[in-house]
Design a protein around this ligand. Structure first.
Ligand code: SPQ
Length: 434
């Protein structure tokens, strides 16, 4: 029998201050670059979610010593040139970031390894990465279908390419740049829309030189990385769930401390503002090339908006919960140019629409997005997570505004990016004082 979690509150109000767990994208990259570098790297604020633990596990199999005490991680590596050939298959679990970035890294290493993923990751396209890596001379083969895991990578000498990306994807950009780091010559990647730039920022923090001109990033091959200290800010994609909750639930005020404010990730703040959400930025700091700060979000009257174009890569993972928010806004919200949602852990366009309709929402799907008309009072129901952490958390947040309880099927996937999600939810929610 599958497990279930119920979200049910009489008259919830969200109040208080929260520090959400470390950024998933930055945590992966800190372990990856720390393992490529020779020597010691320390990471604080690491996300101990299942995806990032898959990345740690892979590098241990490659002979890197990684110790972790909660959110503090120490990586001690002999450097990429001295990795061991793993005796076991490298398992990326549910993590697309692990799989795609590792394909780029392993291609230019000196080891041969086989990589697999879970049932969801095994259906996600890999050709977007193996295509450009093949142009660099990477030796990646498959037993069955070359667009999907499992894949075998035989490390080899790579040559530089100039790559024009057909999709806006930080994973594709990062895989090519990380392969380029070990290629012969200068590799360039040109994006169609700017995607999260954590790889570029962190490569520079580890001592590599990159140049950027417009949407083109260049990296010279043969550069050596040096271990360093990385501080991981809170993940704005995790904070997004409570930001939306605070905006929707009457009388709520929530303060988010040390949350990542990298401009390539703050599209959600632009959308909240456009929808009329009352928001205060209380302070801002920078560390390791990443910005973070304190943001306060309060309950507001919501207006519909349009979300598309260059904004999409800046909030791609927040679209499921923004669709929920749109059900409470006055008017018709249009999400377009988001076809990438169809190749995430699940088809997030169909899954979001199917689940929110069960609660009574008015949502139409389009090939590249959703059209949502509100405001609509939502009823309760049983929602599927599809094994997708973002769907599971969206369902839980919906439960704060439904007239009846929301039951979430298979909620354990939430631990992929936010292991203490339900504890943080109950800490923030208090029943209304009459
Ligand atoms: O790692 P994974 O499984 O691909 O995770 C997701 C998520 O919702 O957490 C997407 F399913 O985030 C991606 C994001 O969508 C993480 C990421 C990164 O760290 O580089 C980039 C985005 O993917 P993409 O395909 O646009 O590059």
């Amino acid at each position: 029998m599958s497990e279930q979690k119920t979200v049910s509150f009489e008259r919830p109000v969200l109040r208080g201050t929260i520090q959400v767990p470390g950024d998933k994208s930055i945590s992966h990259r800190a372990v990856m670059l720390g393992s490529i570098a020779e020597g010691k790297t320390t990471i604080s604020g690491f996300l101990d979610g299942e995806d990032c633990l898959s990345t740690i596990d892979m590098f241990r199999k490659l002979g890197v010593t990684i110790t972790r005490k909660g959110t503090d991680v120490v990586v001690e590596s002999p450097g990429i040139a001295n990795w061991q050939t793993p005796t076991e298959t490298l398992d990326a679990g549910n993590s697309g970031t692990t799989a795609r970035l590792m394909l780029g890294i392993l291609s230019g290493s000196s080891v041969t390894s086989k990589m697999c993923g879970d049932q969801y990751l095994s259906k996600r396209p890999m050709k977007r990465v193996t295509g450009p890596l093949g142009l660099m001379g990477a030796k990646i083969t498959s037993d069955e279908h070359d667009d999907f895991l499992p894949l075998t990578v035989e490390g080899t000498t790579l040559k530089a390419i100039d790559y024009q990306m057909p999709v806006a994807s930080a994973q594709v950009k990062s895989a090519v740049l990380l392969a380029g780091l070990h290629g012969e010559g200068e590799t360039s990647v040109t994006e169609i829309s700017v995607s999260r730039d954590h790889t570029e920022r962190m490569l520079m923090q580890f001592g590599a030189q990159l140049t950027q001109e417009g949407k083109t990033i260049r990296i010279a091959g043969g550069q050596k990385l040096t271990g360093t200290d990385v501080v991981v800010p809170g993940d704005i994609s995790s904070a997004a769930f409570f930001m939306v909750a605070a905006a929707m639930v009457k009388d709520s005020v929530v303060t988010f401390e040390k949350v990542g404010l990298n401009p390539t990730r703050t599209g959600i703040l632009d959308v909240l503002e456009a929808m009329g959400v009352s928001m205060k930025q209380l302070e801002e700091h920078g560390f390791s090339g990443e910005r973070y700060g304190t943001i306060q979000i309060s309950h507001s009257t919501l207006q519909a908006t349009e979300i598309g174009g260059e904004l999409i890569p800046r909030l791609i993972d927040e679209l499921p919960v923004l669709a929920l928010l749109a059900t409470q806004a006055e008017g018709t919200t249009i999400i377009r140019d988001a076809e990438e949602l169809r190749v995430k852990e699940t088809d997030r366009i169909e899954a979001v629409a199917t689940e929110l309709r069960k609660l009574g929402a008015t949502i139409e799907t389009t090939p590249d997005g959703m059209i949502i008309t509100g405001p609509t009072p939502l009823s309760g129901g049983t929602l599927q997570s599809y094994g997708d952490h973002r769907l599971g958390m969206m369902a839980a947040i919906a439960g704060l505004i439904t007239s009846e309880p929301v039951h979430i099927e298979n909620p354990s996937c939430i631990a992929i990016s936010y292991p203490r999600f339900f504890e943080d939810l109950s800490d923030l929610v208090s029943e209304e004082i009459q």
